[in-house]
Design a protein around this ligand. Sequence first.
Ligand SMILES: [Zn+2]
Length: 213
Amino acid sequence: MSFLRPLLTLAAAVAILASTYFAILEIAESKADGLAGGETFVLDSRHGAESAAFSGLLARLGEWDEEGLAASLVSLRDAGHIHVAPRLGGGRSAVYVNALGLVSRIYLRGDNLVLRGLPFPDLDIPERAQRTFAMIRLAGTLVHELAHYGGIEDEDAAYDREIEWYRQLGERNADRLAGDERRLFDWALASALASAEAAREKAVPTPRPAQGR
Ligand SMILES: [Zn+2]
């Protein structure tokens, strides 16, 4: 019958479009993988150590009264948009990558997530404080990358969100802790904030007013 021919032509056109889409998607995925240093993989239960470390981070966020951030991270992970980048360069612990408008992901550096080794091995700071620092810093970095993921392109605005988050974390936990626990947390939080501010200085050249001499 004659209407079969246009129908077949349409099916062929759809098939070609679909295969073109998947070919371009594959290019976007490999581009994203390359930008994150290569050899990346999606964060899921097949990767036990990374998965457990991520669950540990979510648990800490719960303790810190940061359920909103934890929920955002869970839905991003469940959608397959959080990936692990074992070779992420530039001293970064996480990065948001958008390739060709098709692939939108947050990559976490593997050794930073699993925390192999302490952040300040040479400092005489208790291990627990160092690990809390690393956890706060990683969470703050995720706040920053989530801002990019949500459409904020401006680096300064993303740092504003991140730094505001550290401040709020301090306020939310001010009454919860006391004694040594409090001192440990305060040190970790202040160090994370200082570290983020140093990263911001490096990333965003702030225009300085000309100084008359
Ligand atoms: Zn950024």
